[in-house]
Design a protein around this ligand. Sequence first.
Ligand SMILES: [Zn+2]
Ligand SMILES: [Zn+2]
Length: 316
Amino acid sequence: MKFSVTILGSNSAFPAFGRFPSAQVINFNESLFLVDCGEGTQIQMSRYKIRRSRIDHIFISHLHGDHVYGLPGLLTSYAQLSRREPLRITGPKGIRELIDTTLKLSHARTGFDILFTELSADHGETVLRTPGLHVTAFPLNHRITTYGYLFEEQPRPLNVRKECIDMYQLTTEQILDLKSGKDIILNGNTIPALEMTLPAEPERAYAYCSDTAYSDKILEYIRGVQVIYHETTFMDDLGELAAFSKHSTTRQAARIAELAKAGALITGHYSSRYRDLGPLLDETRTFFPATYLGLDGRTYHIGPEGITHVEAPDRN
Ligand SMILES: [Zn+2]
Ligand SMILES: [Zn+2]
């Protein structure tokens, strides 16, 4: 089952060196979820062939412009393209006022419902539940109220061994029982589900952590995830600036990935002082070897142990 993240914007503050402000799309089994929507997100969507019509849920980390100023434009595009399906937007308290005010002052009308979920809790909160995926918002440590998002695949049914289906001519009801782990009765004998099934693939999880100062409080939410996207706005020598602006350094992001026992770390939200990101990647890898440079247009596929492969865009 597909579980991947495509970065649409990896820069902080403003666009620079071909990098756009924060936005990314999670693809879970062909359902698309947009996380943050900085300026230029629509341009990146068309460049990297993300169909915006397939997005029904948008998660916003915080209301700093580099994470949200692309959203009014996206909404008015939906209106002009005659969208009818409701759109769910989850973000910190104030997201509704920001959008409502912008649309009202622009005299923009949408022909679809926008369903807001406004967050203000200082603890984790599940904000989406589907049979296959749960999304939990959890507080980060930034200059304004900010949430990270944890995407957790839900346990899948067991796989019934094909040779058993044929050999015992199992009924649909028996197969469903086995899939859910229930033993079945065959000719008066109890057959344990364990003998007739193969284990399901382990569940995978992805955590989005941006923007934030170093905070080990987030570990309770992200422990054991396969992949973490954690901001690395600054390199290690700018720790004081990171603390002042409530951002993180390479070393701090790596430390979080290490303490969380993550399979892989994706860096991002780079300061515009870094044109060349090679040194930033090298430095992060000295602290956490399974680090991948987050770059606009790249798609990172999430497997049971971390990132299975990275797809680069046709053009950048
Ligand atoms: Zn930011
Ligand atoms: Zn910010």
